[in-house]
Ligand binder design. Sequence first.
Ligand code: SAM
Length: 285
Amino acid sequence: MENLTNIGVIKELFERHGFSFSKTLGQNFLVNPAVCPKIAELGNARKGFGVIEIGTGVGVLTHELAKRADKVTAIEIDERLIPILRETLAEHNNVRIINEDVMNVDLNALIKEDFGGLEVAVCANLPYYITSPIIMMLLESRLPITSVTVMVQKEAAQRLCAELGTREVGAVSVCVRYFSEPEILFNVSRGSFMPPPNVDSCVIRLNVRKEIPWEVTDEKKFFKVVRGAFSQRRKTMANSLSSALSLDKSYVTSVLEECGLSPSVRPEQLKMEDFIAVSERIVLI
Ligand code: SAM
């Protein structure tokens, strides 16, 4: 089915299947015909690749991925969309649909089962209510994937792709940069969706690092320190870390000084090496 960006075609499908949008599942479907081909092309959907898609809607992006990649496995939580997808994706014999919450899928096992011998990429127009948890789950699971190319809210894109040492940085920016090299690809206006969301969107690509270029003894502790550092907006490292990690402020201050950092430094000012130095030295209770 070629015309999944045509509002008339979508409405007819919905009427026939008795489907209506769910706000809580973040269902804003793409109807701008220029966007999905661009996501597929920039998202590594091509020969030699298997693609995992998260949240298919009516299959508008799935269709573009299936045309280009060797295989597509698409995960959609809403069971009401499954009969629609059987119809809209009928022409593709390289698509597997899984009706499941992506947070409950063992993606390492899925990749082994579905994509033996292929490189793997993730592409999605993500449901905005769960953007960061999905991205962190994808990166922290250390999946053997090349890239994560996703549409997210514009503000989330700026945060996810923020350079360390800039105002926009948050804990998620540090985690994203630890596992990948992020880039902002292009903006998408709210009018490109049905129904239109209240915000503009942006497509980003996280180029997953094959090897982490830093040495971290205890990654769990490192992420705890990073999250603690950003736990209170606009507070100093000494204040945020001591309250988030239940440590004495004078002890945190001495650790920061040993790392060559002023106790009044803010997490937005730190480089990756600074976060690592603090997490290597600090003793948590
Ligand atoms: N890819 C389609 C498009 O671009 O038109 C739909 C994108 S829509 C923003 C997000 C989709 O993710 C919806 O179809 C929604 O039902 C699905 N979804 C929401 N939460 C999900 C979850 N936890 N796991 C899998 N799919 C989810």
